[in-house]
Design a protein around this ligand. Structure first.
Ligand SMILES: Cc1cc2nc3c(=O)[nH]c(=O)nc-3n(C[C@H](O)[C@H](O)[C@H](O)COP(=O)(O)OP(=O)(O)OC[C@H]3O[C@@H](n4cnc5c(N)ncnc54)[C@H](O)[C@@H]3O)c2cc1C
Length: 366
């Protein structure tokens, strides 16, 4: 059995950010990834938006980590040449009944420390987004877009420069808490047994399942697993939008909104549906509902201009009808296991918050 200082399980954007942070603070880090490449799950299947931090409940971990995380991420991208653009986003009310929700967002954003939202006049809206049908809207100038693969590559490079090692095709199959560390059984082509002083569970969709496979983590501290899939359709024509466009959100997700990638391609989505396993298959029967939702704010959408894009799955720990979860971090204070931090429910804005999440995890280990 090999003995290790620190294992981070899961090489998505969050695991990579944590590995970078811990390696930079002098820890010996091994990053264990089940797949044969890093960042192939949720970190490769999202909107690639740097969120301002508007919607999250005051004082929630999402609010507390998104705003500083976004600021840190802009600085990071500038310093490390990660492709990104401060493109801005317009949140729109399509009829008078949605205006109250818009006002609520502004108040919530201000409570979260997002101080740059600006109500737009009808003339400004027309000038800025002539193809969008709406009665009111506000601008979030600090919302941006980012190359998430480039970001992960940069985190990995810095982690490796500080001595971290990425082990691909190394799924953690099970484990056991012992008095002087945590033993992990790692599968793959070269199975191994590792004893680690510190373990970070950053396994995204599989985090609760993985925690359950480690004997000694009290079962009643591990949240249940739920999955909610989102589909993206892409627009085959040139972008009719200059910024990201978000209609007023529903309680549990942000609605079929417009994002634009760094290549200028328009994506609509993600929609929302509960599923019972990780299956990224694209359900093409959704097309009609996308046309309908998009025409609510973009009435000139032509028939035949949407094409299936991709799907992503939200790692949820609360289910249908329950309030949407917050980012959840368990250290010894919750589960009693020294040296273990488990991350659960790291859905949006996990990409935006990745640097702030890594800082938070480092503090939880102190
Ligand atoms: C549809 C959608 C849209 C989103 N849009 C945005 C957005 O625009 N902006 C934003 O900020 N956030 C967004 N998010 C959230 C963001 O994508 C996630 O918070 C982030 O990618 C989570 O990263 P992660 O590293 O925790 O998880 P993942 O990227 O899923 O990585 C987890 C890794 O753990 C590995 N793993 C699992 N089990 C094991 C095991 N037993 N052993 C070893 N490895 C294992 C997996 O293979 C995987 O590589 C979105 C999410 C979704 C679903």
């Amino acid at each position: 059995m090999e003995t290790l200082d620190c294992a981070v399980i899961g090489a998505g954007v969050v695991g990579l950010a944590i590995a970078r942070k811990l390696a930079q603070s002098g820890r010996d880090v091994v990053l264990l990834e089940a797949e044969d490449a890093f960042g192939t799950h949720t970190s490769a299947r999202n909107s690639e938006v740097m969120h301002a931090g508007i919607y999250y409940a005051s004082g929630s971990m999402k609010a507390r980590l998104c705003v500083p995380g976004r600021k840190a991420l802009y600085d990071y991208c500038a310093e490390h040449n990660v492709n990104h653009q401060r493109i801005g986003k317009v949140i729109v009310a399509c009829d008078d009944s949605e205006i109250a929700a818009l006002k609520k967002y502004k108040a919530q954003a201000e409570a979260n420390g997002v101080d740059d939202l600006r109500m737009l006049t009808p003339t400004e809206l027309k000038e800025m987004e002539p193809n969008v049908r709406c009665v009111a809207g506000f601008l979030s100038p600090s919302t941006g877009i980012i190359d998430s693969h480039g970001l992960m590559l940069s985190y990995l490079g810095e982690a490796e420069d500080n001595g971290a090692m990425l082990a691909l095709s190394s799924p953690v199959l099970s484990g056991k808490v012992e008095s002087d560390g945590i033993v992990l059984e790692v599968g793959g082509a070269d199975p191994m047994t590792l004893k680690c002083r510190t373990v970070i569970i950053s396994a995204g969709l599989k985090a609760p399942d993985l925690a359950r496979s480690i004997k000694g983590i009290p079962e009643d501290t591990i949240p249940p697993t739920f999955y909610a899939i989102g589909h993206y359709y892409t627009l085959t024509t040139k972008s009719p939008f200059n910024r990201l466009i978000y209609p007023v959100a529903r309680p549990d997700w942000l609605g079929v909104h417009v994002t634009i990638d760094l290549g200028g391609r328009v994506k609509f989505g993600p929609d929302f549906e509960w599923i019972d396993r990780v299956d990224y298959q694209f359900d093409q029967t959704r097309e009609a509902s996308f046309y309908k939702a998009i025409r609510h704010y973009y009435p000139s959408l032509q028939d035949g201009t949407l094409q299936p894009g991709y799907t992503g799955i939200r790692p949820r720990i609360t289910g249908p009808g329950e309030p949407v979860q917050d980012f959840t971090f368990h250290n010894h204070r919750v589960h009693g296991v020294k040296g273990l931090v488990a991350l659960y429910g790291i859905e949006s804005p996990g990409l935006t918050s990745s640097l702030a999440i890594a800082d938070h995890v480092a503090k939880l280990l102190e």
